[in-house]
Design a protein around this ligand. Structure first.
Ligand code: CAA
Ligand code: FAD
Length: 384
């Protein structure tokens, strides 16, 4: 394994995107963040602004209302936004790398015109619905059914843990059509909110990313027109897997941002706080923590950039994405815990932000494939 000749130099355009995301996070996401987290309040205004600034359809072609940027630009923006607000960045990540990407890569021209154009601009928000109460890691064991009724599918079942569950307008729903064909009998359907029989279920009360809305979604005899199927009959599971490969780069960048955000706060605090007559930074134990944090964060950044570059160069990035997510999410959990420690008692209260980042970090080891599933993906690639 090596860097495969990849060049990590960032272009002017990359720097501009990074700067714009940093500015937006500091000026528009930071104010009110503690309240939004406390109240688990969906950041509707902030999401609207993300749409206006082009952060919701970053990699979508301008032909469909997107910003036409590459994956490297996307991870740079995800990192900056996640340094401050991981609730906003998961909303952004699902819309960009799961819903928009999935439709642009595999949708029909009519589906792109009808749905992608609105999702890429932020006029509408999307959700990606794979997980179920009894099917998380074991994603092929779908209990939700999409019965073929000729010119429509009849959708029945429950999806769990759906990010943007309440706030989304359009959902990509994975469901089993032909059980005999196992995962090759699964389809992905575009289902609009408001379709009769489609009900938003309970909102989850979460440890972290509390301002993002995570809901169950219930489908009871929902009629979905055939033209809303994405890809050929039976493509739904491979659609989900192929889309998640790229999604994992987004979550890796989110984890990187959470870690880097906590590190920046800890570095600053260590130069302000005094104990035993000197800045705590001057105690070597604190310096060593910060040195180790900076090193691991840089290593995570290289893995994230590598996966993004490979995707941009249309090379195989499955293993690189899984490695980036596995490593960056562990770094996020560890570095945020260290950042709380460096803050002492102040780290344990909300106004210093590091406790929120520590709570937010945990989910990056769980969603879009747990750390155990990333190891499974990496191991399979080792012998492929
Ligand atoms: N890329 C492309 N295709 C893939 C793939 C990949 N990484 N992994 C598997 N596939 C394809 C296989 O080629 C196979 O297709 P064919 O038979 O047609 O060739 C098919 O998928 C089934 O593959 P497996 O036999 O390997 O399936 P499996 O049952 O052993 O499971 C798994 C594979 C990797 C464990 C998979 O089930 C998985 O990724 N589970 C985790 C689910 C997950 O990540 N959920 C995230 C939900 S979205 C989310 O979480 C959003 C959010 O939080 C914000
Ligand atoms: P399980 O699969 O039951 O896993 C339980 C434990 O067993 C884990 O530690 C797991 O790693 C381990 N395990 C399972 N199988 C294996 C194995 N083969 N080898 C080794 N260990 C194994 N899903 C969506 O579809 N869309 C969303 O928008 C979405 N958003 C989410 C937002 C939040 C806040 C949360 C909490 C979840 C979200 N999810 C979403 C679901 C998420 O992807 C799943 O929770 C995740 O894939 C794990 O599935 P599970 O919870 O069923 O755990």
């Amino acid at each position: 394994l090596d860097l495969q000749g990849l060049n990590f130099n960032l272009s002017e355009e990359h720097r501009a995107v990074q700067e714009a995301a940093r500015d937006f996070a500091q000026t528009e996401l930071l104010p009110g963040i503690v309240e939004r987290d406390n109240e688990a309040r969906f950041p509707a205004e902030q999401v609207k602004r993300m749409g206006e600034l082009g952060f919701l359809g970053m990699m979508v072609s301008p032909d469909y209302g997107g910003s036409g940027l590459d994956t490297v630009s996307y991870v740079l923006a995800m990192e900056e936004i996640s340094k401050v607000d991981a609730s906003c960045s998961v909303i952004m990540s699902v819309n960009n790398s799961l819903v928009c990407y999935g439709l642009e890569a595999y949708g029909t021209e009519a589906q792109k015109q009808q749905y992608l154009t609105r999702l890429a601009t932020g006029e509408q928000l999307g959700a990606f619905c794979l997980s179920e109460p009894e099917a998380g890691s074991d994603a092929t064991s779908q209990a939700t059914t999409a019965e073929d009724k000729g010119d429509y599918y009849l959708l029945n079942g429950t999806k769990n843990w759906i990010t943007n569950g309440n706030s989304s307008d359009v959902c990509l729903v994975i469901a089993q059509t032909d059980r005999e064909k196992k995962h090759r009998g699964i389809n992905c359907l575009i289902v609009e909110k408001g379709t009769p029989g489609f009900v938003v279920g309970k909102k989850e009360d979460k440890m972290g990313i509390r301002a993002s809305d995570t809901h169950s979604l219930l489908f009871s005899d929902v009629k979905v027109p055939k033209e809303n199927r994405v890809g050929e009959d039976g493509f739904g599971f491979r659609f989900a897997m192929a889309t998640l490969n790229g999604g994992r780069i987004g979550i890796a960048a989110q984890a990187l941002g959470i870690a880097a955000g906590a590190y920046e706060l800890a570095l600053k605090y260590s130069q302000e706080r005094k104990a035993f007559g000197k800045q705590i930074f001057d105690h070597q134990a604190i310096q060593f923590k910060l040195a180790e944090m900076a090193t691991k964060i840089e290593a995570a950044r290289l893995l994230v950039y590598k996966a993004a570059r490979l995707k941009d160069e249309h090379k195989d990035f499955v293993q690189a994405a899984a490695m980036a997510k596995l490593f960056a999410s562990d770094v996020a959990m560890w570095a945020t815990t260290e950042a709380v420690q460096i803050h002492g008692g102040y780290g344990y209260v909300k106004e210093f932000h590091v406790e929120r980042l520590m709570r937010d970090a945990k989910i990056t080891q769980i969603y879009e494939g747990t750390s155990e599933i990333q190891k499974l993906v990496i191991a399979r690639e080792l012998i492929r």
